[in-house]
Design a protein around this ligand. Structure first.
Ligand SMILES: Cc1cc2nc3c(=O)[nH]c(=O)nc-3n(C[C@H](O)[C@H](O)[C@H](O)COP(=O)(O)OP(=O)(O)OC[C@H]3O[C@@H](n4cnc5c(N)ncnc54)[C@H](O)[C@@H]3O)c2cc1C
Ligand code: FES
Ligand code: FES
Length: 452
C-alpha cells in the first residue's frame, strides 16, 4: 500500500511502486488536467508539484509526473492543477494567462501554471526572471512565448517582497487554496507503509523512465533517492564529498559548490530543465555513462574519485567503452569526491547544443585551470561528444601544465586535443564540426583562465 495526499485528499493505493505518477493521475476521473505529451520529460505538459516533509516543513518542487515513480511520493503531497484552486475560481496566473491570451489550444497551459506555482512555493526570492526560468521545461507549440511572458510579468509585479509566512501569503493572494496550511500536520500523521523493493535501482529516474517506463510500471524498484545517507554535500577543506543522490538542483543551490565554482550556477541552467534538475542525480549521470553527460564531464575535470560499494576508483578509469563500466550489476555508487582546488584555480564549463536550453550537448567540455604570471600551473580538461565515453583529455592536459599561455600554446593544445578524440557524425553534427567545436571551447577555456 502506498499512501500520500493528492491535493486535499489522503490516498491509499495498492499498485506497483514503479508505476509513473502520470499514469495514476490520468486513471482518476476527476484529474484530467495533467496532460500526457512526450512521456520523456521534454514537454512539461505533465508537470505536478511534489511536497516532501523535511524537518517539520513541506518543501515543494515541480516535477515531470511521466518520469516519477509513485513509490517515490509515499508520504508526500502530490499537487495537480486541480489542487491549486477551489471550484471555478482561477489563480492569478490562470487569470493572467486568460487576460493576455497566453493560451491557445491550452494543452501546455496546466503544466506551465504548475511550474509557475511550483516556483512561487520554492524560490528564494520572487522575480519575473526566476519565474520565466522556471518555465524552461515547458514547451508551447501554438501560442508562442511573448504572451506567456507578459502574463507572468503581470502577476510577479503583484507579489509582496516581504511577508512572514510564505504559504499564508500565497493563500491570501489566491495562488493556492487554504487547505495547504493543513498539509504539514496531515503528512506527519500519514502512515507510510514500506514496500519491499525487488526491482532495478532507480535514482532520479530521468534516464530510466525515458527508456523503460513500461517495463518499470509493474515493478517494485529500489529507490536510492529515499535513502538520506546518500544525500549530502560536505567538505573538510581538503576534499568535497557528494552523496550519489544529490540532484542537479541541490548542486546549483549548494553554498560549498557555488563558492568554489561561481560560474557553475549559471552553467547548470543549461543542463536539462527545472523539473528534471529537481530529480536527476549526480550518481545517475555517471552510471548512465552517456558520452555527453554534463555533470560527468565537470567531475572528470575536477579529478573525481568514486566510492562504489566499498571500493574507490578514479572516475577517469570507470568508463571501459561505450556504456561499459567498471562496476558489477549489484554495485551501488555511493559517493563522488574531489580535491578542493588550490587558491586561484578556475573551473570553466562550456556546452554547445542545437537548442540553447533543454537540450543535450553536441560537444561539452570542462577545464580546471590555474594560471599565474601567464604560466599555466595546472590544467585538466575533459570533453563529451567526442568519443564513445566521457573523456579526460590526458595528453592535452599534460601538454598545458607548466607552459606559458601564448597563442602558440593554445594552437598546439587544440591540435593535440584533435589527435586524442574520435567523434562520429550524427544528428548533433558532423565529425569535423565536433572537432572544431572542441577546439573553440579549449581556446575559450584558456582565455577565461588568463582573465581570472
Ligand atoms: C528532458 C531531459 C533532459 C535532460 N538533459 C540533460 C542534460 O542537459 N545533460 C545531461 O547530462 N543529462 C541530461 N538528461 C539525462 C539525465 O537527466 C541525467 O543523465 C541524470 O543525471 C540521470 O540521473 P537519474 O538519477 O535520473 O538516473 P536514473 O534514471 O535513476 O538512473 C540511470 C542509470 O543509473 C543507475 N543508477 C543511478 N544511480 C545509481 C547509483 N547511485 N548506483 C548505481 N546505479 C545507479 C540506474 O540503475 C540506471 O541504470 C536529461 C534527461 C531528460 C529526461
Ligand atoms: S509528458 Fe512530456 S514531460 Fe511528461
Ligand atoms: S497553447 Fe497550444 S501548446 Fe501551448
Amino acid at each position: 500500500m502506498i499512501s500520500f495526499i493528492c491535493n486535499n485528499k489522503e490516498v491509499f493505493e495498492d499498485c506497483p511502486s514503479g508505476l509513473p505518477v502520470l499514469d495514476w493521475i490520468r486513471s482518476q476521473t476527476a484529474l484530467k488536467g495533467t496532460k500526457e505529451g512526450c512521456r520523456e520529460g521534454d514537454c512539461g505538459a505533465c508537470t505536478v508539484i511534489i511536497g516532501r516533509l523535511v524537518n517539520e516543513e513541506v518543501k515543494y518542487s515541480a516535477s515531470c509526473s511521466c518520469l516519477l515513480p509513485i513509490g517515490e511520493i509515499a508520504g508526500c503531497h502530490l499537487v495537480t492543477i486541480e489542487g491549486i484552486s477551489e471550484g471555478e475560481k482561477l489563480t492569478p496566473f490562470q487569470k493572467s494567462f486568460y487576460d493576455q491570451a497566453a493560451s491557445q489550444c491550452g494543452f501546455c497551459t496546466p503544466g506551465m501554471i504548475m511550474s509557475l506555482t511550483g516556483n512561487l512555493l520554492s524560490t528564494k526570492e520572487f522575480s519575473s526572471e526566476a519565474a520565466i526560468e522556471a518555465l524552461d521545461g515547458n514547451i508551447c507549440r501554438c501560442t508562442g512565448y511573448l504572451a506567456v511572458k507578459r502574463a507572468v510579468d503581470n502577476v510577479m509585479k503583484t507579489l509582496p517582497s516581504e511577508y512572514d509566512n510564505r504559504i499564508e501569503m500565497l493563500i491570501d493572494n489566491g495562488h493556492i487554496p487554504d487547505y495547504f496550511k493543513t498539509i504539514p500536520g496531515r503528512l506527519k500523521n500519514l502512515p507510510v507503509l514500506k514496500k519491499i523493493a525487488r526491482g532495478p535501482v532507480v535514482a532520479g529516474g530521468t534516464d530510466l523512465y525515458v527508456h523503460s517506463s513500461d517495463n518499470l510500471s509493474a515493478q517494485e524498484p529500489t529507490f536510492l533517492s529515499l535513502d538520506p545517507k546518500l544525500n549530502y554535500i560536505k567538505t573538510d577543506n581538503k576534499h568535497v564529498r557528494i552523496g550519489s543522490t544529490v540532484t542537479f538542483a541541490q548542486l546549483r543551490e549548494s553554498k560549498i559548490i557555488t563558492e568554489l565554482f561561481p560560474s557553475l550556477k549559471s552553467f547548470l541552467l543549461r543542463v536539462s530543465s527545472t523539473q528534471i534538475r529537481a530529480r536527476a542525480t549526480v550518481g545517475g549521470n555517471i552510471v548512465n555513462a552517456s558520452p555527453i553527460a554534463d555533470i560527468t564531464i565537470i567531475l572528470l575535470a575536477l579529478n573525481t574519485t568514486l566510492r562504489i560499494s566499498e571500493r574507490h576508483i578514479p572516475l577517469c578509469d570507470f568508463f571501459l567503452g561505450y556504456k561499459k563500466l567498471d562496476m558489477q550489476p549489484d554495485d551501488i555508487l555511493k559517493e563522488v569526491s574531489f580535491p578542493v582546488p588550490a587558491q586561484g584555480t578556475v573551473l570553466s564549463s562550456l556546452k554547445v547544443s542545437k537548442r540553447e536550453f533543454l537540450d543535450i550537448a553536441s560537444v561539452n567540455s570542462s577545464m580546471l585551470i590555474r594560471v599565474e604570471d601567464n604560466i599555466i600551473l595546472n590544467a585538466r580538461v575533459a570533453a563529451g561528444g567526442v568519443s564513445p565515453i566521457p573523456l579526460l583529455l590526458v595528453k592535452t592536459s599534460d601538454y598545458l601544465c607548466g607552459r606559458n599561455l601564448t597563442e602558440k600554446t593554445i594552437e598546439t593544445a587544440c591540435s593535440i586535443a584533435a589527435s586524442e578524440i574520435s567523434p562520429i557524425s550524427d544528428v548533433r553534427g558532423s565529425k569535423e564540426y565536433k572537432i572544431k567545436l572542441l577546439q573553440a571551447q579549449i581556446r575559450a577555456h584558456l582565455t577565461r583562465g588568463v582573465k581570472s
